[in-house]
Design a protein around this ligand. Sequence first.
Ligand code: SF4
Length: 459
Amino acid sequence: MGLNVALIRPKPHRDSIGLQQFMVCEPLELEYLASALERAGHHAEILDMILEPEHRLLRFIDSFKPAIVGFTAYLPHVKIVKQYAVSIKERNPKIITVAGGVHAEVNPGDFDGAFDFIAKVNGIRTMVAIADAVAAGAAVETARQAIPGVWNGTGKTYDLETAWDYPFPDREKTARYRGRYNYIFHEKCATIKTSFGCPYRCSFCYCIEIARHAYFERDIADVVREIKSIREKNVFIVDDNFLVSIPRIRQFCRLIDIAGIQKHFILFGRADFIVEHGDIIRLLQNHGLRAVFVGVESFKEEELTGFRKKTTVEINTRAVRLLDAMGIECYSGIIVGANWGKEDFDSLIRFLNQFKQPLINIQPATPLPGTPLYEQSRDSIVVSPEQYHLWDMAHQIMEPTKMSRRRYYFNIMRAYYKTGTGARSHWYVLRKYGLRIYLRIARGAFFITWQYLKLALWG
Ligand code: SF4
């Protein structure tokens, strides 16, 4: 007998500084779970708490009456999903709770004791197996041991599958939210995943830990079939690094042509690929590429080396300039070190202002548990891993060594306001995207400024 399964994405803690002000991506992982569960004969519904008021959670549980509730979570959401699980169990102790998502895959122990099941690997297959086991009346303890992907302590082995043979994500399950899924300036934006992991080994990168340093790809014809089924004009390819294989990209473009697809694409890519393969970037542009997120990370060679980034400042600079010249939007990710002084922030501002239109995301270095950077930086970390909501890539996790925390936050704000969010950016957004999108972005920028201002004033 099929079960009702509720799939929930949490609302971030009010003190987290989140990019939700600028982007709310569709919960692709939950849509994948929904389609696989339904194919197995269960009935799944998705509740996106980012876009719902707090009180909706229990009302939804009361009306949908799920036998199982599954949660997805990043690190800042761990405490929140634990609280959700407690309140759901209080409502009905018979409901089975499952934690999954990228944090559970690398740090499953953080969820120990708070959920009936924790999905450690192969989330989709594992969730279906849990639902089937619960429907068959299996005891939780027995199922924990028997289902291969379920976390049951370090004594069990967990084999990651690298073949991708799942049905397309069920985007109808988020139909009521889809008008509000966006990525920065790109409104009504769908997401798609075409590959997993990355061939590189940057020391701060969490994505490669999820894929256990493997890199594997979906069949590109299958990807294009999925794109054809997407209604939105804007499609964000959420691969950790889409710019890996030239034959695959060429094939992607060929199939896009054959299918007559006309979409706008946004993707993540590396600077060295962009510089070395301008012709491929042009080809992608001719097939709808509109924006690339490039991990520029630093203007200092020694930091890039320390991050094992395997690019140089010169390559990064050339990549941003090339995208600028081609009219492709470039979002640059910058990591600011805990050992930065005022002169470093001054240099960062000068570095970014050499670009025509710097669109940037500045993050204090955040060594995420499970990465090599975390092991290297353990002694400098001053925020406990249990203060989950502060691990948002915006709060200082390590104590600044050359200035106070308040001064550090002030300098982050200063870097934003003297570069990416200065007057010319306002004009750029207004001219290119119109008043409505400008106002949404301005509202988000104001909110984040207010959060940083509070930290700069009161710590
Ligand atoms: S290139 Fe990007 S995705 Fe690949 S390891 Fe480095 S940070 Fe991660």
